[in-house]
Design a protein. Structure first.
Length: 185
């Protein structure tokens, strides 16, 4: 090889490396900006969202165990407040948490479904267990989305969808059993 060819080849390799480095730097900066933007959309609501999920689950659990009518009314009011807060937050975060907001919507129904099943403790507990799994998974997915600065992954969306279906099926199973029991009496 000629000296000029080697020099030209080295210059081309250096130019390609520079362009590659510039592209990586641009993509890294762009990616960091997207992550920051995603975090900023969730950040003002993250504490309220976590609190609403927790309160919806906690009040649903206590509704199962409440014995006096006064206690039931008190916890029902708290459950209604928590689920309304969750509904409001779901709408505000629809695009940031795209793909899991239906899971949040289903979780808002948990106190009502527990209330319907209160007379049948085994069914109420089964519904609550499914709701708790959904709520805990939602909490983890939202936390992960915030800390990583990315929307929920397709795997996370699938997990939420699956748990949401399980909760809906459990409630439908209860309704089917309840209708059969009403017909027998």
């Amino acid at each position: 090889m000629h000296k000029n060819t080697i020099t030209l080849l080295a210059a081309l390799i250096a130019a390609a490396a520079s362009i590659y480095t510039a592209i990586l730097a641009f993509l890294g900066k762009y990616s960091a900006e997207l992550r920051l933007a995603h975090r900023k959309t969730i950040e003002p609501h993250i504490c309220e969202l976590a609190k609403a999920i927790h309160e919806t689950l906690a009040t649903s659990n206590i509704l199962i165990k409440a014995r006096s009518a006064e206690s039931q009314v008190n916890w029902r009011e708290r459950a209604d407040f928590a689920k309304e807060k969750l509904k409001d937050l779901r709408v505000m975060l629809k695009y940031s948490l795209w793909g899991i907001t239906n899971g949040l919507n289903t979780l808002t129904r948990l106190p009502d479904w527990i209330e319907h099943a209160r007379a049948f403790p085994e069914n109420a507990e089964a519904i609550f267990r499914r709701g708790k799994k959904l709520g805990d998974t939602l909490d983890n997915v939202i936390r992960h989305s915030y800390t990583k600065g990315v929307p929920p992954s397709w795997i996370d969306r699938f997990r939420i969808l699956r748990l949401e279906r399980h909760l809906r099926r459990e409630y439908a199973r209860f309704k089917g059993q309840h209708k059969i029991q009403e017909k027998d009496t």
